[in-house]
Design a protein around this ligand. Structure first.
Ligand SMILES: Cc1cc2nc3c(=O)[nH]c(=O)nc-3n(C[C@H](O)[C@H](O)[C@H](O)COP(=O)(O)OP(=O)(O)OC[C@H]3O[C@@H](n4cnc5c(N)ncnc54)[C@H](O)[C@@H]3O)c2cc1C
Length: 328
């Protein structure tokens, strides 16, 4: 008979590794399907593999390099017996138990393989949306960011003008947060009104440090290797006129895309694609035995520490659920 895993964890960011540490210490011998590295969304280690400094994860007085941090979490999970497959999940069948999960590796060319699981923890993250400019990519981690809470306090941004792109709730939140550090925040928005909720929009627009630039789009991020971002060139979408705004950072705040496409029709997702959690404070989903953790189920906080906390909850929920089913 085919081998049935106790717990399969899909995703290897802070949520996945934390779930693995807890599940492994509970003797569940978890299998982590970590991503195959074929693109940014599929990177083993998750989003922190793309950042040099993590200053707000408890336990690291002087901060820690994102890749180093994810390596340490993986080692900790492996120390207790976690097994790791650097593969990417293409589809699942959660309609009957054991659950079926198909995975591939596009880098090695490994064909689709199926694994069976009694319980599954999904921790596939949510990817920040960027504008898609070449120059934006060039200055990532050198003045371009998609997370004000993560990066706003870095020395390079303090007492300097910054640009936030977007007009929804997250742009207004990010812009307002950045006024703590910036000398001025330019809010670049394609329309002439904000899409954010009325109360948040009013608060932002009455903030003397926020200057909206309506009907505008960033055409190019300007700078050099030494200083990083020094300015952005924006275009007035009504007149086509361009102008240069001096700034030391550009924050893309145009939403996130949860990495949940492979789950459509299998478990309940919210309208934006985030996994809908069934009960407050828990990791349970619409399907018994399937648990969710981290940014893929969190449209609000999206931080490494909150993802790790959710991973802990998911492993404890999975362990208790398996015990209730008489599977140990
Ligand atoms: C540039 C940058 C800097 C940041 N800095 C900070 C910071 O300083 N502090 C902070 O707290 N937060 C920071 N964040 C946010 C933080 O990275 C996320 O909140 C956190 O990584 C979320 O963890 P997660 O485990 O939910 O998902 P992720 O870290 O996104 O991991 C998702 C995992 O799922 C895998 N995956 C996705 N789809 C599949 C699939 N179908 N099959 C198999 N695997 C799959 C991916 O390969 C990845 O391993 C930053 C984010 C970015 C982009």
């Amino acid at each position: 008979m085919a081998n049935i895993e106790h717990v399969v964890i899909i995703g290897s960011g802070p949520a996945g590794w934390t779930a693995a540490i807890y599940a492994a210490r509970a003797n569940l011998k978890p299998l982590v399907i970590a991503g195959d590295g074929a693109n940014r969304e599929r990177m083993p280690g998750g989003q922190l593999m793309f950042t040099t400094e993590v200053e707000n994860f408890p336990g690291f007085v002087h901060g820690i390099d994102g890749q180093k941090m994810m390596g340490v979490l993986q080692q900790q999970a492996e120390r207790f017996g976690t097994r790791v497959l650097q593969n990417f999940v293409t589809r699942v069948d959660f309609t009957a138990r054991p659950f079926k999960i198909w995975h591939i590796n596009d880098l090695s060319g490994e064909a689709e393989t199926q694994v069976l699981a009694q319980a599954v923890i999904i921790s596939t993250g949510a990817s920040a949306n960027y504008l898609g400019l070449e120059s934006e990519k060039k200055f990532e981690n050198n003045g371009v960011s998609a997370c004000a809470v993560c990066d706003g306090a870095l020395p390079r941004f303090r007492d300097n003008p910054l640009v936030v792109v977007g007009g929804g709730d997250s742009a207004v939140e990010e812009g307002t947060y950045l006024t703590k550090f910036a000398s001025m925040v330019y809010l670049v928005h394609r329309r002439d009104t904000l899409r954010a909720s009325k109360i948040m929009a009013e608060r932002a627009l009455s903030n003397k440090k926020i200057k909206p630039l309506w009907n505008s789009a960033v055409e190019e991020v300007l700078g050099n290797d030494n200083d990083g971002v020094t300015a952005v060139r924006i275009k007035d979408l009504k007149t086509n006129a361009t102008s240069v705004i001096e700034c030391r950072g550009m924050f893309a705040a145009i939403g996130h895309t949860p990495n949940t496409a492979f789950l459509k029709g299998q478990i309940d997702l919210d309208p934006k694609g985030y996994i809908a959690l069934k009960e407050p404070f828990r990791s349970t989903t619409s399907v018994e035995g399937i648990f969710a953790a981290g940014d893929c189920a969190d449209p609000i906080y999206r931080q490494a520490i909150t993802a790790a906390g959710m991973g802990c909850k998911a492993a404890i929920d999975a362990e208790r659920w398996l015990a209730e089913q008489g599977i140990d």
